[in-house]
Design a binder for this molecule. Structure first.
Ligand code: FAD
Length: 317
């Protein structure tokens, strides 16, 4: 079932989770071990992130270096199929521009369709580790909107090979990313919102936000979106803080602020256990307020923190 249908048919706020594929070397049971405790909340869908390969240099016996490509977390498509099969819950694979040309993207979309997956979250992806700015793959897409148009084309039976007539029309429900605190490359929030509106006008069914720790930023973002003419559901994405290092890592990695009240409380903590308690309390309070405001879905970035998410949702639902 499509994410947008889940939302339209819901009588209240839904729950969804986002997971990462396990590191190469682990098996599918690590996903089930992670998700099993969360199943009691009957999530409407589960997102699975995509991680492009990284270039690294490996020292050879003769002292020279060889450039090698490694993918630390392969398996997004297969994990989605496994989740749908194992739990009978809809899975949403993240599909990115980075590292793919259009033909590879089309093949991936055909595979997903054959597997019975009707949902995708389309994203640009970040710059590769060896690049300063994002660079499109030769024959690939520069922005998420270009990838979205390719998915939309397939929904209209338009394939890259022009001689395919009456091509099968896929039925992808398309999600896109939005940034309550602005995408870090955007010159300002207004411009970022104009590009977000273009993604919606091009066919995005809903938006999932970057994580935020201050609900006021989400509410303000929703209001600005509505003023800009963006009328699709806006799903808040949330994550718990579980250690002191994240006070610096999260702003650097995700370009979001940690509110002063929260950072002060975390700085007072004596150990990670204390931080987890504070982080969970904050997440519970955030979730309760968002639920009360009638958000369509509470979407949790579980990132290996299934227990904290479990304890949070337990107090919220
Ligand atoms: P875009 O919508 O293409 O926007 C990127 C930037 O370009 C923005 O600054 C925007 O304002 C600007 N822009 C857009 N269109 C134009 C245009 N036509 N001309 C000029 N500027 C333009 N990354 C992964 O690698 N894997 C994942 O699984 C993943 N999951 C994510 C899930 C969520 C919910 C979110 C919020 C992010 C996720 N990311 C993931 C990170 C994401 O790929 C990065 O934030 C990336 O830098 C931007 O992606 P986007 O889809 O928002 O890009």
């Amino acid at each position: 079932m499509k994410v947008i249908d889940h939302i339209n048919q819901a009588k209240g706020t839904l729950i969804s989770f986002e997971i990462l594929p396990p590191l190469k070397g682990k098996n599918i049971n690590s996903i089930y071990d992670h998700l099993d405790p969360l199943m009691e909340f009957k999530p409407s869908f589960i997102n699975v992130t995509y991680h492009r390969s990284e270039q690294t240099f490996k020292k050879k016996a003769d002292g020279t270096f060889e450039r090698v490509e490694i993918r630390k977390r392969p398996g997004t498509v297969a994990i989605c199929a496994a989740i749908m099969n194992h739990y009978r819950i809809d899975a949403v694979p993240h599909l990115i521009c980075g590292g793919f040309n259009k033909r590879e993207t089309e093949d991936a979309l055909i595979d997903l369709n054959f597997l019975g997956i009707d949902n995708v979250l389309v994203l640009r992806g970040d710059a590769a580790k060896n690049e300063t700015f994002f660079e499109a793959e030769p024959g690939g897409h520069r922005y998420a909107i270009d990838l979205l148009r390719q998915v939309s084309n397939l929904n209209n039976g338009i394939y890259l090979e022009e001689d395919i007539r009456d091509g099968f029309r896929t039925k992808y429900c398309i999600g896109v990313a939005g940034y309550p605190e602005k995408h870090f490359e955007a010159p300002n929030l207004e411009t970022d919102l104009e590009f977000l509106k273009k993604k919606v006008d091009a066919g995005a069914d809903y938006i999932v936000t970057q994580m935020f720790f201050d609900n006021a930023k989400y509410f303000q973002f929703v209001e600005s979106c509505r003023q800009t003419g963006i009328n699709v559901p806006i799903i808040p994405g949330m994550k718990p803080i579980t250690n002191k290092k994240q006070l610096n890592v999260i702003p650097r990695t995700f370009h979001v602020d940690i509110p002063t009240d929260l950072s002060h409380e975390i700085l007072k903590c004596k150990n990670d256990e204390d931080v987890e308690r504070v982080g969970t309390e904050w997440l519970v309070a955030q979730s309760k307020e968002l639920k009360k405001a009638g958000v369509p879905v509470l979407h949790y970035y579980t990132l290996g923190k299934a227990k904290i998410i479990h304890d949070t949702v337990m107090q919220v639902m």
